[in-house]
Write a protein that binds this ligand. Sequence first.
Ligand SMILES: [Zn+2]
Length: 238
Amino acid sequence: MNSSKNLIQRRSFLKLGAVGSCGLLASAGNLLWQVQQVQAAKLSSAPSLSPDAALQKLMEGNQRFVEHKPKHPDQSQTRLKEVAQTQHPFATILSCADSRVPAEIIFDQGIGDIFDVRIAGNIATREAIGSIEYAVAILDTPLLMVLGHERCGAVTAAVRKESLLGEIGSFVKAIQPAVAKSKEWPGDAVENAVIANVQYQIEKLKRSPLLAERLRTGKLKIWGGRYDLDTGKVSLVT
Ligand SMILES: [Zn+2]
């Protein structure tokens, strides 16, 4: 860093300091927002899908995966360069961190197609909601899917009320309401809780004012999904 740059930064800092700490935070927030708006405006020139077309694209990719006929789209060097400066993913997926549920593979998509938010138990934590809001409100993704899966270890731990070492079980608390909701359902307790957990996390996400506004104006649709570990098939959860 040269001395003139240091000087400019120091002057800027002093100027910002004069407005007080609250003003400084507000200015930084406004600046970040403006940068994001410019970025979003650049991205708006990219082709965008309707929420229904995005769902169709995603499910067609899963069908190819299930039939062992993947096309591996958007994985070329050309695609790499195409999205190096901007991104315009057509779907946001909140899914489990489980190594057997990689979104790009099971939906047969490529680079720049899916905004992945992965965490054990596909739970909508504050940070996950923030990431999703970024993808939806700034990157303009028209589809949000919450994807649970068969024999999920996180859900199983919540059903069995297992005590786990360290912070490993931190997700259990976030799944407990779904376990309670599905307790009386007939059938397998873990399988039921996987479905109830997808529904519960969607309800949490709908409380986000940013997402609610997009839902209201038809720019976003939220779908639940359940991934079958044995067949590779994703079924929609209503
Ligand atoms: Zn899982």
